[in-house]
Design a protein around this ligand. Structure first.
Ligand code: SF4
Length: 477
């Protein structure tokens, strides 16, 4: 007897809405998706590797006649800022369909040893630690300015992603789920997205029942299975944070769909619990370490700190730290460009970022704690939940910090950028307002109107601080 193939889904693209059809398209066109992925890998290798072997551009070089400058503009000025925006618009579609590191890691995993994932690798703090380490190290070696530094950090990360893929998992993305330095940031931004794959528990159960009735002849077959590359429990799929939007589970058991939702509703509905790591990444990472990393080169306080350190050393007859340098892979060292950090520069840089992260993180923790306390008895979980409301302004700051390079490269090419300040102001005001709105909606879950208004005083201080640290960089210094 010839048997009909067991359907993974009964959903037919003809009878579903546009979003569901897009999800099914992603599922049914893996070949096309893989071609796109390998195309991005080729572009990535070209942009990251080639410039590192070319001479550094001279003062007369332009974006259109110098590959290094062009790659710098495309990679740091366009690619990265717009990847951040894509997280807010489409969830982590970038990760599942375009990211070259994810593609290479999954490819290595397909041909690797398939070992089980050790416990240390599943530690949920890795994305925060990796984000802080790459941000700080990137500043020490001037990753945005020099191609060798970019190759070291990005190439190193890609090799690590492939090695992890080779050793652990099978046809999966262990690196992306547990170790990628930007996965924590992407997870947070994806919570704002208006799109997500979601599972309908009732439909899931109904499918199971119908399947058993209609396909009795397949007694030896279990229900159809889909392997999520990021190890998500498909039956409970309700968050855009860890989902890479690869579409492989679209229509699975007639229960999983790509759906629209109100932007930020994942945060306000409390669909997923905020974790300690989310809180630390927002408060000490995005609004702490990242602020320090973008601030220092424009900050008068950094200059004062450096001068004070140098003066103290001179008065103590300790000249060697002022005359000692490190190789380019430890501290910026490009004498031909008149760009060299001595040990004092390096120490001042690390101290500045650390103090900024600590001060900003503590101010935000205190204001969020006060806000949470105003809503009722002390609850750490409530403070974590409130911190999620700061994601729009935290993400906007990093976007503006990255796009500052875009603006300065355009300015160097005499492209009119008179609009930049107004756009920055609008983005800061808009995302600050969005954060306030999210905060107001979060408080709704915990108390009545009077307590909510009191709580919003503390929360508004947190938003004002978050806007203020970026406003300093773009409008004050
Ligand atoms: S849940 Fe997993 S399989 Fe489904 S779209 Fe997200 S990453 Fe892909």
């Amino acid at each position: 007897m010839t048997m009909e193939p067991i359907p993974v889904t009964c959903l037919d693209s003809q009878e579903t809405g546009l979003l569901m059809r897009i999800g099914l398209w992603l599922r049914d066109h893996r070949g096309m998706v893989q071609k796109i992925q390998w195309g991005v890998v080729i572009l990535y290798v070209g942009l990251v590797v080639t410039p590192a072997f070319l001479p550094l551009p001279d003062h007369y070089a332009h974006l259109w006649d110098n590959l290094t400058l062009f790659a710098q503009f495309l990679f740091w000025g366009i690619w990265w800022p717009f990847v951040l925006i894509s997280m807010v618009l489409f969830g982590r579609l970038w990760c599942g369909v375009f990211c070259p590191e994810g593609t290479l890691s999954e490819w290595a995993s397909r041909h690797g040893q398939g070992r089980s994932i050790p416990r240390w690798l599943r530690w949920p703090g890795w994305p925060l630690v990796a984000f802080i380490m790459t941000t700080v190290y990137g500043q020490m070696i001037s990753v945005y300015q020099y191609p060798k530094a970019a190759l070291l950090i990005l190439g190193g990360s890609t090799i690590a992603a492939m090695a992890i893929g080779y050793f652990f998992g099978r046809n999966q993305r262990v690196w992306c789920r547990y170790l990628c330095p930007v996965s924590g940031v992407f997870s947070l931004l994806a919570k704002l997205s208006p799109l997500h794959f979601v599972s309908d528990a009732d439909q899931w159960a109904l499918y199971r029942k119908q399947f058993r009735q209609e396909y009795r002849q397949y007694q030896n077959h279990g229900l159809p299975k889909v392997q999520c590359p990021t190890f998500l429990p498909l039956k409970q799929l309700n968050s855009a944070s860890p989902c890479h939007m690869c579409g492989r589970c679209a229509g699975h058991r007639d229960a999983i769909r790509l759906e629209a939702r109100a932007p930020g509703s994942e945060i306000t509905s409390g669909a997923t619990e905020a974790t300690r790591w989310d809180f630390l990444l927002i408060v000490f990472g995005l609004l702490g370490v990242a602020v320090g990393a973008f601030h220092w080169s424009a900050s008068p306080w950094f200059v004062t700190l450096k001068q004070a350190l140098a003066l103290n050393l001179i008065e103590s007859n300790w000249f060697w730290p002022l005359e000692s340098y490190a190789p380019w892979w430890l501290l910026t060292y490009y004498p031909e460009q008149n760009d060299v950090f001595n040990l004092v520069d390096g120490v001042a840089l690390l101290a500045y970022i650390a103090v900024t992260a600590l001060v900003s993180g503590l101010v935000l923790s205190a204001t969020l704690a006060l806000s949470g306390r105003a809503l009722g008895r002390w609850s750490t979980q409530r403070m974590y939940h409130l911190s999620l409301g700061l994601i729009p302004i935290a993400g906007a700051g990093v976007f503006l910090g990255l796009s500052a390079l875009t603006i300065s490269l355009l300015r160097a090419e005499q492209v009119p950028v008179f609009w930049a300040e107004s756009v920055r102001g609008l983005i800061l005001a808009g995302t600050g307002g969005w954060s306030l709105w999210l905060g107001w909606r979060i408080t709704e879950r915990y108390a009545g109107l009077r307590k909510r208004v009191t709580a919003m005083l503390g929360y508004a201080l947190a938003v004002a601080w978050s806007v203020g640290v970026w406003w300093c960089l773009f409008f004050y210094w």
